[in-house]
Design a protein. Sequence first.
Length: 448
Amino acid sequence: MSIRYTVVEGGTVITMDARRRVGRGDVLIDGNTIAAVRLEGDPPFDIGASTFLTVDARGCAVLPGLVQAHVHVCQTLCRGSADDLPLLEWLKERVWPYEASLDEKSMRACARLAAAELLLGGTTAILDMGTVHETDALFDALGRTGLRVVGGKAMMDHGDGVPARLRETTRASLDESDRLRRDWEGKFDGRIGYAYAPRFVLSCTEELLREVAARVAAGARVHTHASEQLPEVELVRRERGDENIRYFDRLGLGGPQVTLAHCVHPTVEERAILAARGTHVTHCPSSNLKLGSGIAPIPEMLAEGISIALGADGAPCNNNLDGMLELRLAALLHKHRVGPAKMTAMQALELATLGGARALGLGDRIGALEVGKRADLIVVDLETPHVAPSPDPVSAVVYGARASDVRHVFVDGRHLVAGGLLTEATGLERAAVVAEARAARVAAGAAV
Ligand SMILES: [Zn+2]
């Protein structure tokens, strides 16, 4: 008989609820849902005589799972093979040839390696951009691990230097995206969602972007890149006669169903457009630093009311998929320019939880520990030599803790990491996943 309730007991609960309550307490999980959050002084849980499992969270923070709203799981085997290059060379010389080489087997190896890293590091949900092919294998492999995923195949019907295997016709790109959405949305108990993923302006015809915008008008989600580097912005200006973000918006690619990764170089007018429309922006601090893209004006955009999330981007431009690291960097990166008081630990944590939830279109389901939300939560050890004796648990998590301090991870109420180890529910075994990735990389040969 399966036991209905789990109590995560005795930790410091960082709720991220509307009041941002933080305190010693317990979280009650009922199936896939948070049934109750009890902070000091609240009455005990009312679960009658039911038996329940307990997870000991003493000395730990209990908080919503991290949500990364811009990831390329399919690039994980290209980790370390595309270092120290600017964006357009990075894409044409390394990343696209690598993506063109992926087959079903290597895609599954990518997905399993990425999921192991993400889950062990406290990331419970991602917004993923796939490559052009093998998206069925990607969804299937990720779904089996228990991770929550909104994703879609990359759409590429235009541009220079695109390998033949990645070049699609407009019709084929749309048809395959529509089919994948029909086949995968809502699968794995609703943990899979679909977001159309036109790669970026320079990879897409205007016809394709207009067709995607028509689907947004009919309720679909979109995930793409915008204004990552200045040479890209200049090429968009020359090719389409407009600023990148304004161009997207003019075509109908704006609003709460649209998430734009990077936005490192928005104009002031474009920032006003993002704020007015409710378009989400995903800040990718490591990736922007490594590719030399610049530093996005995140504190300004936050002050202007723009919805911001965080993401690691892909392994070739990071080289980790580490939500804790992005959280710390997001809190640190802007202080040199705007002063130490502008991006607080709490603001950074909001981006990594609530902001991510919104960018995935799941703001009503995840991102906070509140009754009725899905039980996506993590337990992070604060009694370590590099974190203790921080008096403020939010500071401890943002500035002090590391991915390796994550002790427990629940997604949809399923216990996926226990005591810092992947559980059987993930179908992942750490050493086997790494060995499989290494073998797949060797098999891919020259492409990586
Ligand atoms: Zn990206």
